[in-house]
Design a protein around this ligand. Structure first.
Ligand code: ZN
Length: 323
C-alpha cells in the first residue's frame, strides 16, 4: 500500500508549519499558559521537554522583515533611542515588544524571556549534579562544545574519529564551518580545530543513560554516520533523532555515510511509538509522522535503485535526502 501523499512544495509546507507553530502558541496563551520568548542560542530543548511554549523573536523579526515591515519597525526603535548598530532583528523585536502588534505577523507577548551567551555555562548553573554530554554522533558541528564537558560519551564506532581518525582534513572541516555556520563577526576560522578527546563512557546499542527519574536508551542508528545514535525515552515517547531525522535536507552522501544502513535505522525508529521527535537541527516543531514519511521515501528510493551514493538530491517537501 502506498501511503505517501503527493509531495507539496517546501515553501507551502514551511508556511503551514510556521502557521501551526504560531497558532499553537496563541492557543497555549488562550488556555492561560505562560509563553516565553526564547533567543536563538538558548537551549530550547529545555522548555520543549518541559512542555512549555516558547516563540522566537529572531524568527518573528525575520518574518516581519521579509514582509516589508523591517524598516518601519527599526525606525520605531531608533526613535526610542536604540542605536542602529544594534542587530536589526533585535530592533524589530524591541519595537514589537512596545507596540504589541504589527500588520505583518503577530505572536503572543512574553511572560518570561530565555536567553544566554553560552549554552554550556548555562547548563552548569541549572544543576549541581554531574553533567554528562552525549551527542548523537561526533560530527564537528555536534561536539564543538565538548571541551566544556570532560565527561562525555561517544559510540564505540566513532571513538576513532575523536582520536585522530576523522576522515576529513582540517582544511575540509574549516570549509564546512564557514559554509554551514552563521559565524559571528571577527571569528577567525584559521584557528578552528575539530574537538578531539577520549570519551568517559563508550556507548553501545541498548545501553541506558539514567539521568535520575528518567531513563534514555541508546539505539545505534547508523547511516548518517557509522556510530550515530538515537536516544529513546520510552516512558515519555520522546525520540532524540540527531541528524538521522529532521525537517530539511538530510545528508547521506559523504563516503562515511551508508544509505542502506540509513533505511534500516529509519525502519527501526519508525516502528517505535514515538510521541515527539526531537532532532538536532532546524526546527523542534516536527510531526512524529516524519518517521513514516521518511521510511516511505527511503523504501521508494530503494525500489527505484536510487538508494546509493551519487543518486543526487531527492525532494519530499518538508525534507529532502542528499545521496
Ligand atoms: Zn552529522
Amino acid at each position: 500500500m502506498n501511503t505517501q501523499s503527493e509531495p507539496k512544495p517546501a515553501k507551502i509546507v514551511l508556511r503551514e508549519l510556521a502557521d501551526k507553530f504560531y497558532q499553537d502558541a496563541w492557543d497555549a496563551k488562550a488556555r492561560g499558559e505562560k509563553i516565553g520568548w526564547c533567543s536563538s542560542n538558548f537551549p530550547q530543548e529545555i522548555p520543549s521537554c518541559m512542555g512549555v511554549s516558547v516563540v522566537y523573536p529572531e524568527n518573528h523579526a525575520a518574518a516581519v522583515a521579509a514582509k516589508g515591515g523591517g524598516r518601519r519597525m527599526c525606525e520605531e526603535a531608533e526613535a526610542d533611542g536604540y542605536s542602529n548598530d544594534i542587530c536589526a532583528y533585535a530592533r524589530i523585536s524591541l519595537s514589537y515588544a512596545k507596540l504589541k502588534e504589527c500588520p505583518e505577523l503577530n505572536m503572543p507577548q512574553p511572560d518570561f524571556l530565555l536567553c544566554c551567551t553560552n549554552i554550556c555555562g548555562q547548563v552548569r548553573k541549572l544543576t549541581d549534579k554531574p553533567v554528562i554530554a552525549a551527542a548523537t554522533h561526533v560530527h564537528w558541528d555536534h561536539v564543538g562544545g565538548h571541551r566544556y564537558f570532560p565527561e562525555f560519551c561517544a559510540h564505540e564506532r566513532e571513538v576513532g574519529w575523536l582520536t585522530g581518525g576523522f576522515p576529513l582534513t582540517p582544511e575540509q572541516i574549516k570549509a564546512f564551518v564557514v559554509e554551514g555556520c552563521n559565524l559571528p563577526a571577527g571569528f577567525d576560522v584559521s584557528g578552528y580545530k575539530m574537538f578531539q578527546g577520549f570519551p568517559a563512557r563508550v556507548l553501545r546499542d541498548g545501553d541506558t543513560i539514567d539521568i535520575g527519574g528518567r531513563v534514555v536508551r541508546v539505539l545505534h542508528t547508523p547511516g548518517h554516520s557509522p556510530g550515530h545514535m538515537c536516544f529513546w525515552e520510552e516512558e515519555k515517547g520522546y525520540l532524540f533523532t540527531g541528524d538521522l531525522a529532521y525537517v530539511g535536507e538530510l545528508f547521506a552522501y559523504y563516503p562515511s555515510t551508508d544509505p542502506a544502513a540509513y533505511l534500516k535505522s529509519i525502519e527501526r525508529i519508525a516502528a517505535l511509538p514515538v510521541k515527539k521527535v526531537l532532532p538536532a537541527h532546524h526546527d523542534l516543531n516536527v510531526p512524529a509522522t516524519i518517521l513514516t514519511d521518511m521510511q516511505n521515501a527511503f523504501r521508494r528510493l530503494k525500489a527505484e535503485g536510487k538508494l546509493c551514493h551519487g543518486s543526487g538530491k531527492h525532494d519530499y517537501g518538508y525534507f529532502s535526502v542528499w545521496l
